[in-house]
Design a protein around this ligand. Structure first.
Ligand SMILES: [Zn+2]
Length: 275
């Protein structure tokens, strides 16, 4: 939709200059008649800046290009996804919960954590879960230059394939942040950008019940659920609440008749419907 190849930071920089210039003109009482044109330009500039920023951070926004969040399907399917791992002991514990319930999930892994814990990466793959790229250092890609974005993606793909032999074809940018250049690099690397439609803010550790209830109350056909088995590259926070919440979420959604599928499988449902 938006094909000017520009960084969000450049767009905001340009808008800031326009806004300042317009306000100075207004202050100097230039362009004030018949309307206060300078002031109006400044207001429009601020609104555009807010709109562009929201387009970069809201998971369901398509202004800068296509991303996947909520899938349009009439089938009772949801995809449960885990970000930031592998991270012991929590990734192992989540894998145990998934195994007990015969559920397959999708893990968006951080390359640096894959290199730290290859045995956990191998277990994720061996147990049939899908793997996605979540960059190497979990950096904000809006602040990285093009070469850095490429290197974050390529290094992570290498780390994943050296352990599992597979090359991911899905990516989730850290925090979901993207702009036209980030999306262009992902497309060049053959990666579909997957965001989410159900978020529990589990990384703030608000309590097991709170995490589970937030997910269960928002889940619907075609939801992509975001949870965290890891903690960026810091690997300091506990994910014990997420482990227990995962158990409750799976139990309740299975009881409600939902089937858990991988991201690839839920994307295929959307394609079936569009045929
Ligand atoms: Zn993350």
């Amino acid at each position: 939709m938006f094909d000017i190849n520009m960084r969000l930071t450049s767009m905001l920089g340009l808008l800031t200059i326009i806004i300042i210039f317009a306000l100075v003109l207004d202050y100097l009482r230039v362009l004030r008649r018949p309307v206060r044109l300078g002031l109006y330009i400044a207001i429009i500039g601020i609104v555009c800046g807010v709109g562009l920023t929201l387009s970069a951070v809201l998971p369901e926004n398509h202004f800068f290009g296509r991303v996947f969040s909520q899938i349009d399907t009439t089938q009772k399917v949801v995809a449960i996804t885990f970000d930031d791992g592998p991270y012991p002991p929590y990734t192992d514990q989540i894998l145990d919960v998934l195994k007990e319930n015969n559920v397959r999930a999708t893990f968006f892994v951080v390359g640096k954590n894959v290199d730290r814990h290859p045995e956990l990466m191998k277990r994720i793959h061996d147990e049939g879960h899908q793997i996605g790229n979540h960059t190497y250092n979990h950096i904000d890609l809006l602040k990285a230059d093009r070469d850095m974005v490429i290197s974050e993606i390529v290094k992570t793909n290498k780390a994943i394939s050296s352990v599992t032999g597979i090359k991911p074809h899905i990516v989730r940018p850290p925090h979901g942040f993207r702009d036209p250049v980030v999306l262009e690099v992902m497309a060049e690397q053959g990666l579909k950008v997957v965001e989410w439609s159900v978020m529990s803010r589990d990384w703030t550790n608000p309590g097991v019940e709170v995490i589970a209830n937030r997910v269960i109350s928002k889940a619907q056909n075609g939801s992509v659920i975001l949870l965290h088995d890891g903690d960026g590259i810091a690997n300091q926070a506990s994910r014990a609440q997420t482990v227990e919440a995962t158990r409750l979420i799976i139990k309740q959604l299975l009881a409600e008749g939902y089937t858990f599928v991988t991201v690839d499988e839920i994307l295929a449902k959307a394609e079936e419907k569009n045929k």
